[in-house]
Ligand binder design. Structure first.
Ligand code: GTP
Ligand code: MG
Length: 435
């Protein structure tokens, strides 16, 4: 137990109101007493006799009481000295067999229990209240986490996991919490150390430096496990940018109209593309603006494009001539030059040829997504192409992935040190990451 951590404590580990099931974890003798007071196990045993690590179904707080009977005070009243009023209640009472809320309790360690209850705020308050009434200090999940004495990587992963927006990102972060990044870093360290031992200063260290470089590249994905990619939809006015946004989202987020200059401000929305979190931004179509408000919108659109991580550049197939349809990539570049759009050279740009429903035969050009935002044709191919632009190096299952800016910076520094032959400093950098 850490200095300052109370012996009897309880915390809700799941975020309020987000899941169907909430998990409340409690430690200490008072926590066990609270379970016996509030919980009636279906197998009839008190908590001390339940098998470690096994879940037990039962009822929590029939008529406000457990089978030893205790009134559930709020965590707040307990924190200010609320008392537990124990009232004997026959364990086999008919009333009690059906009263209370169905929960699952797990005795995780000798003095540690978890209660899995309904995810609603009231149910969680009620469970927390029973522990608080028995004398447990109510903590936040972050405080509870800090007391688990995890390594820095695992603690950071647990915090990031709570903010993971998709199942795919959560799965990768869970692997990091379970040791994927630590294992890879430890392997690199072992290789660096064995090289120091055999004194040749090349083979193992070179392999370790290469491995560190691969890890560093994975940070491009890792830093997006909690933060979405910013994907900006750009192009001339009236090409169908807002229609495309709505089609990608699956609902009507932006106003669509058959007059150019419809979108003025930046419209943004979050979604997942192939399991990766994305924030789409749709802005004013680029043209010589009709009025001051539209001109401000066009300036804003150019700023958005310059700051985008990926750009979807939309062309209107119904407005292009045969020559342009044969080479949409060149048409997009001409557009960008004519409209004075300054894209960075390393910025991934995916050219989208929209309104192909207006063509007799949609062209198939490598690197161009031919779609109809109106009918949905080609959207699956577009999302696949977009996913590949977001994560050209998707990490394999179980791979170590750096996911914080601190980890990414430390790894980049370690690679530089390895490449310049400063192996002792490189090792020290990796050791710091493993702390
Ligand atoms: N036939 C056809 N029409 C489309 C398609 N996508 C959009 N449109 C139409 O094109 C017109 C303009 O669509 P918007 O989505 O408002 O275009 P925009 O690029 O957002 O326009 P601004 O906001 O003015 O820049 C509307 O009449 C849409 O219905 C498509 O795939 N096929
Ligand atoms: Mg629009």
């Amino acid at each position: 137990m850490n200095a300052g951590s109370p012996a009897n404590r309880v915390a809700a580990l799941t975020p309020p109101g987000r899941g169907a099931i909430a998990v409340v974890a409690a430690n200490g003798p008072a926590a066990l007493a609270a379970v016996d007071a509030a919980f009636r196990a279906a197998n009839g045993k008190p908590i001390a006799e339940q098998t470690l690590g096994r879940i037990v179904f039962g009822r929590w707080g029939g008529n406000g009481h457990g089978w030893l009977g205790t009134s559930a005070a709020s965590p707040q009243s307990a924190a200010t000295g609320g008392s537990a009023a124990l009232r004997p209640q026959p364990p086999d009472s008919q009333d009690h067999a059906t009263a209370g809320e169905e929960v699952v309790v797990c005795r995780r360690a000798v003095d540690e229990v978890e209660v899995h209850c309904h995810g609603g705020a009231a149910a969680v308050e009620r469970v927390l209240g029973a522990f608080a009434a028995a004398g447990c200090a109510v903590q936040s999940w972050q405080q509870s986490l800090a007391q688990r004495q995890l390594g820095q990587i695992e603690a950071d992963a647990a915090v990031a996991l709570a903010a993971a927006p998709t199942l795919r990102t959560a799965a990768i972060l869970l692997e990091q919490q379970q040791g994927a990044l630590r294992r890879e870093l430890s392997d690199c360290l072992t290789a660096l150390e064995s090289d120091a031992g055999d004194g040749d200063g090349d083979g193992d260290s070179k392999a370790a430096a290469e491995r560190l470089a691969v890890l560093t590249q994975r940070a491009a994905v890792g830093l997006h496990l909690t933060q979405p990619w910013r994907v900006v939809i750009g192009g001339r006015a009236n090409v169908g940018k807002s229609t495309l946004l709505n089609a990608l989202l699956g609902y009507e987020r932006a106003i669509v109209f058959d007059q150019p200059g419809t979108t003025r401000d930046v419209v943004s929305a979050h979604t997942a593309i192939d399991g990766w979190p994305v924030q789409f931004r749709d802005a004013a179509g680029l043209r010589d603006a009709g009025d001051e408000i539209e001109a401000a919108g066009v300036a804003l659109a150019k700023q958005q494009l310059a700051a985008a991580e990926v750009v979807l550049w939309v062309l209107d197939a119904s407005a292009l001539g045969q020559r342009e349809l044969a080479d949409p990539l060149a048409a997009a570049q001409r557009d960008q030059a004519a409209l004075e759009v300054a894209l960075r050279s390393e910025q991934p740009v995916l050219v989208v040829l929209n309104k192909v429903d207006c063509l007799a035969a949609p062209p198939h050009v490598a690197g161009v997504a031919a779609v109809s935002a109106r009918t949905g044709a080609g959207l699956d191919e577009l999302t696949q192409a977009l996913s590949a632009r977001l994560t050209p190096l998707a990490p394999p299952t179980g791979a170590g992935v750096p996911f914080t800016a601190r980890q990414a910076a430390a790894l980049a520094a370690a690679v530089d040190l390895a490449l310049s032959g400063r192996l002792a400093d490189c090792r020290a950098e990796v050791e710091r990451l493993l702390a």
